[in-house]
Design a protein around this ligand. Structure first.
Ligand code: PLP
Length: 385
């Protein structure tokens, strides 16, 4: 029944234990590292928090699987724990990975340095240039990794092309859906094999935990769970509880953020001090038509550059009143950051330049404040840059 419900109902009720535990309407927190032995068969089934099987994990896994339309889900101690564990589970020495060149900085760095150390080679390609993919394909290529909306430039890649290519060449297709969320885009419905999230961001939505998730076919999720059991990056039960609670308001939050970000993007684009705005909901965005066709909303993230370059960006940070100068995204507070100094600081400057991430680029994660107040604040700030 749960799967036939609309997203809003799934967000509230999917994964609820039946019968309710002691009648509790809200999922209780099982803050117990270990549980009485009841004849479990193997190492990965012992009832121990590192094996991600407390009642909090079970409920959360069910909810996330339903939300992303997958058979099963697994949470992890951070987005990077979910991403690194998934890649280490799928790939081994001698394997080759194709990945889009513009990924979250931590993911890119993990692929470039850590995967290389265990003998997995990565080729970074332009995920919008179908012609180029075949040239990078090797007999050892196992998977293709992309992000729904690239961070911080908000590009919308040729995702259908990636799925077709993976099917034709028997590759696993992986997508980080953090910035879109299942409210705006459901990758499994479009043919992707595995969906990853930094649940730290929109899924939890309150900037108070770090968490990650992976969703896909049950068999694959079991393999990834076994790797996570060994690497030890399980999510704590209290964080599971917070994530489950945060998810209940996901649709309300994301729809507000979609609407607010569009208005802010339009305002910034019309301002004489602004050189360029990256937001897929704008008519001027090179992938606007594709984004409208595929996505239910364009998300709460945007980035822009000022005509005054880096000095103006620094004045913007010093003057704006409402946005908090902090990395991360997807919370209730509007956050601003310069990706060159935070999320993408791990990339060599040359690589950042290649990807189009200038030192002056400002990324904004729109929160839940009144849009009018944000626009008024940005307006006042832009008069002084
Ligand atoms: N994926 C994306 C798109 C991100 O923006 C981030 C973090 O900013 C991550 C993954 C990593 O997630 P976490 O910080 O929860 O480890």
């Amino acid at each position: 029944m749960t799967r036939a419900w609309r997203l809003e109902t799934q967000l509230i009720h999917a994964g609820d234990p039946h019968p309710r535990i002691a009648g509790a309407v809200s999922m209780p927190i099982f803050q117990s590292s270990t549980f009485e032995y009841t004849g479990e068969g193997g190492y990965h089934d012992v009832r121990y928090m590192r094996c991600s099987n407390t009642p909090n994990h079970v409920a959360l896994h069910q909810k996330l699987a339903v939300l992303e339309g997958g058979e099963a889900a697994l949470v992890a101690a951070s987005g990077m724990a979910a991403i690194s564990t998934t890649l280490l589970s799928l790939l081994g020495h001698g394997d080759h990975l194709l990945a889009h060149r513009s990924l979250y900085g931590g993911t890119f760095d993990f692929m470039r340095k850590d995967l290389a150390k265990v003998g997995v080679e990565c080729t970074f390609v332009d995920a919008d240039d179908r012609q180029s993919w075949s040239k990078s394909l090797r007999p050892t290529t196992r998977a293709f990794y992309v992000e729904t909306l690239t961070n911080p430039l908000l590009d919308v890649l040729d995702l259908d092309g990636v799925v077709e290519f993976c099917r034709a060449h028997r590759l696993m297709s992986l997508i980080d859906n953090t910035c879109a969320t299942p409210v705006n885009f459901r990758p499994i419905e479009r043919g992707f094999d595995l969906v990853l999230h930094s649940a730290t961001k929109y899924l939890n939505g309150h900037s108070d935990i770090v968490a990650g998730a992976v969703v896909g076919k049950a068999e694959r999720i079991v393999e990834i769970k076994h790797k996570l059991d060994h690497l030890g990056g399980a999510l704590d039960a209290h964080a599971c509880f917070l994530l489950q609670r945060g998810l209940k308001t996901l649709a309300l939050r994301v729809r507000h953020q979609n609407e607010s970000a569009l208005q802010v993007a339009r305002f910034l684009e019309s301002h004489p001090a602004v050189a360029r705005v990256n937001y897929p909901g704008l008519d001027s965005h090179p992938r606007h038509a594709r984004a409208r066709e595929w996505m239910r909303g364009m998300g709460g993230l945007l980035s822009f550059e000022l005509k005054g370059g880096l000095p103006a960006a620094e004045r913007f940070f010093a003057t704006a009143e409402i946005p908090i100068n902090a990395p991360s995204l997807g919370g209730t507070e509007t956050l601003m950051t310069r990706p060159a100094t935070t999320s993408h600081a791990g990339l060599p400057p040359e690589e950042r330049r290649k990807q189009g991430i200038s030192d002056a680029l400002i990324r904004i994660s729109i929160g839940l404040e009144a849009t009018e107040d944000l626009i008024a604040d940005f307006g006042r700030t832009l008069e002084r840059v």
